[in-house]
Design a protein around this ligand. Structure first.
Ligand code: ADP
Length: 218
């Protein structure tokens, strides 16, 4: 059983790689952003509360996020590990996580800003199953239709130039310091670099798998 956190700026590919690692390693993915979007889609009371933050590219308050995390970790079958995508994003969230679960390694995605902006503005997502596409390099076979389930693709409301800029700023200011937090705790890191727009996800996933293998975690 292995518990991982995948870190990287918005658009660095966390969701894309986490969903592929999930299949290879038989882990559960807990992606707080996806959970918030689902709550917003269903217009639940909490969904209404988080919408204002998500649409502006701001962080949802820690107490809401932590509650959502706890509920979703509790659903994971006993003995099964997980990948956290989008959590923690603040030192407070990391400290709260310390009290809940043991983390075996951090996957850190290193991607230059220009790739992030290119990718986010051409990203499309399946309304039905959440699969991630890109109109430039990860195109669906049929225009705006999901290859996996036939659902319609849409653009996230926070994938607009202004909100992308804000999300990158929030990442640099509030989330990047967490890398040091985990380094100081001695948690091992697996680093994956991507400096070409056309690098297929499989190549990066392979690099991550090799890193996890070296650490004898898989
Ligand atoms: P990205 O990493 O591409 O910005 P996510 O899907 O991970 O996208 O997150 C989308 C939005 O959901 C964030 O901008 C933020 O508003 C909210 N969110 C997700 N995870 C957290 C978290 N751990 N703490 C606070 N807000 C979060």
């Amino acid at each position: 059983m292995v518990n991982l956190i995948i870190f990287g700026a918005p658009g660095s590919g966390k969701g894309t790689y986490a969903s592929r690692l999930q299949l290879k390693l038989d882990l559960e993915v807990v992606a707080t952003g996806d959970i918030f979007r689902e709550m917003m889609k269903n217009n639940t009371p909490l969904g209404k509360r988080v919408r204002g933050y998500v649409e502006k590219g701001l962080l949802v308050p820690d107490e809401v996020t932590l509650e959502v995390l706890k509920q979703n970790l509790a659903k994971i079958p006993k003995g099964k590990g997980f990948i956290l995508d989008g959590y923690p994003r603040t030192i407070e969230q990391a400290k709260a996580l310390d009290g809940i679960a043991k983390i075996d390694a951090i996957i850190h995605l290193i991607v230059p800003d220009w790739i992030i902006i290119e990718r986010l503005s051409s990203r499309r997502i399946c309304k039905n199953c959440g699969a991630i596409y890109n109109l430039l390099y990860l195109k669906p076979k049929k225009d705006m239709i999901c290859d996996k389930c036939g659902g319609t693709l849409y653009q996230r409301e926070d994938d607009t130039p202004e909100v992308i800029k804000r999300r990158i700023e929030v990442y640099e200011k509030q989330t990047q310091p967490l890398l040091n937090y985990y380094k100081e705790k001695g948690i091992p890191f697996v680093e994956a670099k991507c400096d070409k727009l056309e690098t297929p996800p499989e190549t990066v996933v392979e690099e991550i798998m090799q890193g996890l293998h070296k650490l004898k975690l898989v």
